[in-house]
Design a protein around this ligand. Structure first.
Ligand code: SAH
Length: 348
């Protein structure tokens, strides 16, 4: 592969790099301002940099991490982009509009090694981790696609991959998301979703007051072992005890638990009633997501009646619970559907 990627560096790291090369460190802020603040990638347009510096940057670095392969738009406004890395790996990113909020669901790995039995990405297998630049370039490419119609306001690490199995790159990407001279997002507009790779939780949450989402999906180890195989390594009680022990989890920073409802597997009234005692002592919000079906899994969502009953049973126990509407199902952009299926032509 050719040159190093500028976007692989946080501003902090770029300052050090520049300083070690005899360049003024403040140039890092200037370059980041163009790349992320203004969305300008053409070095010649960076008019406050000297010609000499622009030439040097052009010779030493690559700017773009990703190219757009295909774009699909859902009837509900959701936009999915298939993107290609410099070495030809393919990933997907999804923009979900909601009032004045535009949330980008980013991928952190090419494929995923976790093999959760209801997730289409898991069925793809694992290719490699994404670099920090490949993570943040998903925002740059989506901002181009949106052409100023909307600007990304929130980022959720809920695309392909398990972010906590790629923690150094995810941390470096988050540094760019929240740096005022880069994307300038408030930390609470960033959410990282994980099945719970326990040793990585503390370093993730220590970086900044971002949100944590945890993929729970079951109330017993037996069921979670089947749905989320990593549960065999980190048991349910251990996961919940770890969350209880973290200072960075508190009423101002609750955990967002995700619970994908699957017919006949985790949707019983007993499951609903077990949730509140299980989560006791953890400031939390629970999101129920009826499973989005796809060809790689025999699991199916429960009927609407079962979903409603489950929601009512959980709400009755006093937990803060919401039912999440799937977005972009017509373009295979909903949770767990990211699997790089070829674009299906739709009649105009
Ligand atoms: N690996 C991380 C990030 C993926 S986030 C994690 O597991 O948390 C995507 C969320 O969608 C996770 O909660 C995942 O379990 C859930 N999901 C996966 N497949 C799904 C499907 N088919 N229907 C609904 N939710 C699904």
């Amino acid at each position: 592969m050719a040159r190093p990627l500028l976007k692989d560096h946080s501003i902090e790291s770029l300052r050090e790099r520049f300083a070690s090369e005899g360049l003024p460190a403040y140039r890092a802020e200037q370059v980041a301002g163009w790349l992320y603040g203004r969305g300008v990638e053409d070095l010649d347009a960076m008019t406050d940099l000297s010609l000499e510096l622009r030439q040097r940057l052009a010779a030493d670095w690559d700017i773009r991490a990703l190219e757009v392969d295909a774009v699909q738009r859902s009837r509900d406004g959701t936009v999915k982009a298939a993107l290609r890395t410099r070495d030809g790996a393919r990933i997907e990113t999804v923009m979900i509009p909601e009032n004045d909020r535009s949330t980008l669901c980013v991928s952190s790995q090419v494929g995923c090694p976790l093999e959760c039995s209801f997730c289409a990405t898991g069925a793809l297998g694992f290719t490699r981790n994404l670099t920090p630049g490949e993570i943040v370039d998903q925002l740059c490419r989506m901002n181009d696609i949106l052409k100023g119609e909307r600007r990304i306001t929130n980022v959720v690490f809920m695309g392909m991959g398990e972010p906590l199995l790629n923690l150094p790159a995810v941390l470096e990407a988050i540094r760019l998301l929240i740096h005022p001279k880069a994307f300038g997002m408030a930390p609470r507009r960033v959410t990282v979703s994980t099945v719970g790779v326990l040793p990585q939780l503390e370093p993730l949450l220590a970086l900044a007051p971002i949100n944590l989402a945890v993929s729970l999906h079951a109330t017993t180890d037996a069921v979670r072992d089947e749905l989320v195989p990593l549960n065999r390594r980190f048991r349910l009680a251990e996961l919940l005890d770890t969350l209880r022990s973290l200072d960075t989890v508190n009423p101002r920073r609750p955990v967002f638990f995700e619970y994908t409802l699957i017919a006949g597997v985790n949707d019983s009234p007993e499951d609903a009633r077990r949730l509140a005692p299980l989560l006791h002592g953890i400031p939390s919000k629970l999101n129920l997501i009826p499973m989005n079906p796809h060809p790689d899994s025999s699991h199916r969502p429960p009927s609407d009646a079962v979903v409603d009953r489950f929601l009512r049973e959980v709400a009755a126990t006093g937990l803060r619970v919401t039912l999440r509407r799937s977005r972009g199902p017509d373009i295979q952009a909903a949770c767990g559907q990211l699997a790089l299926r070829p674009v299906r032509e739709t009649a105009a």
